[in-house]
Design a protein around this ligand. Structure first.
Ligand code: UDP
Length: 309
């Protein structure tokens, strides 16, 4: 039985990970300050004797009085609308917060994995994006606090490995969806499903031709767990290479639900990437991982979740 600390454990990915790792018979310490997450997400874990919740902001140093085998660093607002509300806070979380968790990993000799992001590729000039692509990121735009924050977090991870031999792992997560997403986080999957469920028009930003590649949460969890169990220290993409336009996503959701919702067009936010598509050859080779869940199957489960919350 391992003791695993999940920073950001009440968020969408974190809460699904808490549930999964408890089911796999681990002790889970969930750390979260509920800035962009909900305690309800972990309500099914609360009665489990192997689960502890600590309300803590990782910007402050974290002291834990027991051994920790693994740390998952998922603590950061991830929806553009939310991370842009207080960009300095987003930056601090990624720099100071990341250092605090790396210090904890150093003291405890724990393995530690960083939830990095496809955002580090910025507005990509190559498609699909391999891990070797260094990205095309605006340093002073509205998304920079998140994009550059995650880039410095990756740098901190590598330098803690090189300087202190901390057992670091870096996963670059592409757009992910599934149960426990916040209905009002402003992201495309939740916006479209909520609009359809409320018989409202579907808001396409720009002309809806920008692409994303959506992976279901269970596939992501398989990938991150395989990564922390591996010896691989360099960044690795975990995403579903099924690239579609945002307009196609809306059409698929209309088809699944039989909705009568129409499209309305809104301005494209600044620096909104035109495309995202993970190159996953490395994950296939190193982790023997590839996504299993079909888009429609995952979307149906997500709709069922959002209908009931
Ligand atoms: N988007 C949209 N309508 C919405 C919400 C988002 O057309 O109601 C678009 C957004 O402009 C972006 C894509 O969907 O191109 C994905 O947005 P999201 O905020 O989910 O994540 P991102 O990948 O941009 O971080």
């Amino acid at each position: 039985m391992k003791t695993i600390l999940i920073a950001g454990g009440c968020g969408f990915i974190g809460s699904n990970l808490c549930i999964r790792l408890l089911n796999d018979n681990n002790k889970v310490i969930c750390v979260d300050n509920l800035y962009s997450s909900k305690i309800e997400n972990i309500k099914t874990c609360m009665d489990n004797e192997n689960f502890t919740f600590i309300n803590h902001n990782i910007i402050e140093p974290l002291y834990i009085d027991k051994g920790i085998d693994e740390i998952y660093h998922l603590a950061c607002p991830a929806s553009p609308q939310i991370y842009q509300k207080d960009p300095i806070y987003t930056l601090k979380t990624n720099f100071v917060g990341t250092m605090n968790l790396l210090e904890l990993a150093r003291i405890k000799s724990s393995k530690i994995v960083l939830a990095s992001t496809s955002e580090i590729y910025g507005e990509p000039q190559v498609s699909p994006q391999p891990e070797t692509y260094r990205g095309n990121v605006n340093t002073i735009g509205i998304r920079s606090c998140y994009d550059e924050g995650k880039r410095i977090a990756e740098t901190l991870f590598m330098d803690y490995h090189k300087q202190y031999n901390v057992q670091t792992r870096i996963v670059r997560i592409f757009n992910t969806y599934g149960p426990n997403m916040d209905k009002y986080d402003g992201r495309v999957v939740t916006n479209f499903i909520s609009q359809i469920l409320n018989n409202e028009s579907i808001t396409l930003y720009g002309d809806g031709s920008q692409t994303r590649s959506f992976q279901y949460i269970d596939d992501l969890l398989d990938g991150i767990i395989k990564l922390i169990d591996s010896e691989y220290i360099y960044p690795i993409n975990i995403g579903n290479p099924n690239e579609i336009t945002v307009k196609q996503l809306a059409s698929i959701l209309i088809e699944i639900t039989g909705s009568n919702s129409k499209f309305i067009y809104k301005p494209l936010p600044l620096d909104d990437p035109t495309n995202r598509n993970p190159e996953i050859q490395l994950a296939k080779k190193i982790l023997n991982w590839e996504p299993q869940v079909e888009l429609k199957t995952g979307l149906i489960k997500t709709i069922q979740y959002l209908q009931n919350c």
